[in-house]
Design a protein around this ligand. Structure first.
Ligand code: UN1
Length: 495
């Protein structure tokens, strides 16, 4: 399928004046119209109406809508995955993987729709029952980034929908077409489901102002934002100022420790996938590698040899492993980071733009390995590009301390066969991240676990486990079925 076939498949026609470029070659692949404050305001109004009807539908029935949507995703995995490749520049395997992640979260949410449970808590008063229940929260605003243009929305939307919420999605301005395609699929599923209110899921397109308008609106009780720490720093106070609930999944600066006992072949494969996969543009990408002194001179040369052979190119080609960066700004950021690392005595292999003859309007780069003596300020900063900072360590505790000594706290891992090290790594004094893996790279998390991290990563959790609770409001309800009115704390208050 070529670009126009895929767009036609989703019924997407150019509308509006905003040009969408493919990072593959810089070519125009579509045009969209942006929302403004007025249309955002109207869409939120419609979302409130949708919520009022949707919250009355029993949760397992709501799950049925998500099941139908999951069916549509299964049937459209190939074209949607390709559209992700065209618009975000991911290789085909990763585009398909992303749609698979959407399918998986739909399955999870369908089961969850029968498991939205509360507790019954012993009351101190006779003839009373106290319970905690979880009720639909309202309109859930979702802000997502270009690098996971469809999956991140699905993690949020599938949960929010079974929780009885309506959703409004502000995708990255770099990837509006994939969002519109998801909207088309969702509307198809909603049509087949008897009783889905209109406007249950909507998309708002535009720049920062549009996201901010949504964040400011008190009719949106929950705003889930995935993207850079800079974005979160701006958005979260706007939501908090009106006492809305933000769910933040922001930047990462993920590390791997390779211990003396590590299976180096496994570590090598994990490093490759997590450091150069998605051209280093995952929030879970591997950015810092701590290698034990005793194996440094074995592992690092091997890594450099594999890097030198990486197939960089058109992400639509099956043999490509490294596609383009999203845009020129991403390339400039990479160049700047490499420049500062050099100033900080970093030894750089790789880096720099390639394929300029074939793709003069796109930004393909050689992934870079930068050997650093210390964890300098540049290493502590997240640059959304395939740069891997490599450092030596000699003591386990020192490696864990360095791993934790950055402002971000998303994902982390250790490669070791030493049980003590593995256990220490996931203990209270080990990794301080939201994700801590043993003998697995830091990226490519399953949807079943809660996803997110600490510190500048924002503290929010999306996806699996009990992340659903953030999309509902908690209520403590106490029922008196006695003929008396005993007060709590034994207070007597009789006239
Ligand atoms: C992101 O980059 O924002 O764990 C999400 C992973 C994917 C999700 C990444 N499941 O790498």
């Amino acid at each position: 399928m070529n670009t126009s076939d895929i767009l036609a498949h989703f019924g997407l026609k150019p509308s509006g004046t905003q040009i969408v470029h493919s990072p593959i070659d810089g070519a125009e692949i579509g045009r969209v119209a942006y929302d403004d404050a007025k249309s955002v305001e109207e869409k939120i109004g419609k979302s409130v109406q949708a919520f009022k009807a949707w919250r009355e539908v029993p949760a397992p029935k709501r799950g049925e809508l998500v099941r139908l949507f999951g069916d549509d995703l299964r049937a459209n995995k190939e074209p949607l995955g390709r559209l992700v490749t065209l618009e975000a520049g991911k290789i085909v395997q990763e585009g398909l993987g992303e749609v698979q992640e959407m399918i998986d979260i739909c399955d999870f949410a369908v089961g969850l729709s029968r498991q939205l449970y509360g507790l019954t808590i012993a009351s101190e008063r006779p003839g009373h029952r106290m319970m905690e229940q979880w009720l639909p929260a309202g309109v859930v605003g979702i802000v997502s980034a270009f690098n996971f243009p469809v999956a991140v929305w699905a993690w949020n939307a599938a949960l929010a929908l079974v929780c009885g919420d309506s959703v409004i999605w502000k995708p990255s301005e770099k990837t509006p077409l994939t969002a519109l395609a998801c909207q088309v699929l969702f509307e198809r599923a909603a049509k087949r489901f008897a009783g889905a209110p209109a406007h249950l899921s909507q998309v708002i397109l535009g720049l920062r102002d549009v996201g901010e308008a949504m964040a400011r609106d008190p009719r949106v009780p929950v705003v889930s934002a995935t993207g850079s720490t800079r974005m979160g720093r701006e958005l979260a106070p706007v939501v908090a100022a009106r006492f809305g609930k933000p769910i933040l999944e922001l930047g990462g600066n993920n590390a791997m420790i390779v211990a003396p006992s590590a299976k180096l072949d496994l570590a090598l494969r994990a490093i490759l996938f997590s450091a150069v996969g998605t051209a280093g543009q995952r929030c879970t990408s591997l950015r810092r590698l701590f290698v034990h002194d005793s194996i440094y001179d074995t592992l690092v040369p091997q890594l450099k040899a594999v890097y030198a052979k990486l197939p960089i190119g058109n992400p639509l080609d099956q043999s490509t492993l490294v596609g383009p960066l999203i845009d020129k700004q991403a390339f400039d950021n990479m160049e700047r980071a490499l420049g500062s690392a050099r100033d900080e005595a970093g030894k750089i292999s790789g880096g720099g733009r390639v394929l300029t003859d074939r793709f003069p309007h796109a930004f393909y780069v050689k992934p870079a390995i930068v050997e650093m003596k210390d964890q300098t300020p540049t290493v502590c900063h997240e640059t959304f590009a395939p740069i891997l900072y490599v450092m030596r360590y000699s003591k386990f505790d020192e490696a864990v301390a360095k791993q934790n000594a950055v402002p971000q706290g998303l994902s982390s891992c250790i490669f070791t066969q030493d049980m003590q090290e593995a256990e220490k790594f996931v203990s209270a004094s080990g990794s301080d991240c939201g994700i801590a893996n043993v003998n697995i790279g830091p990226s490519g998390a399953e949807i079943g676990g809660a996803f997110g991290g600490e510190k500048e990563t924002g503290g929010g959790r999306e996806s699996g486990s009990d992340a659903w609770k953030a999309y509902m409001r908690r209520q403590t309800a106490t029922i008196n079925y006695s003929d008396a009115l005993p007060l709590a704390q034994g207070i007597e208050f009789a006239v």
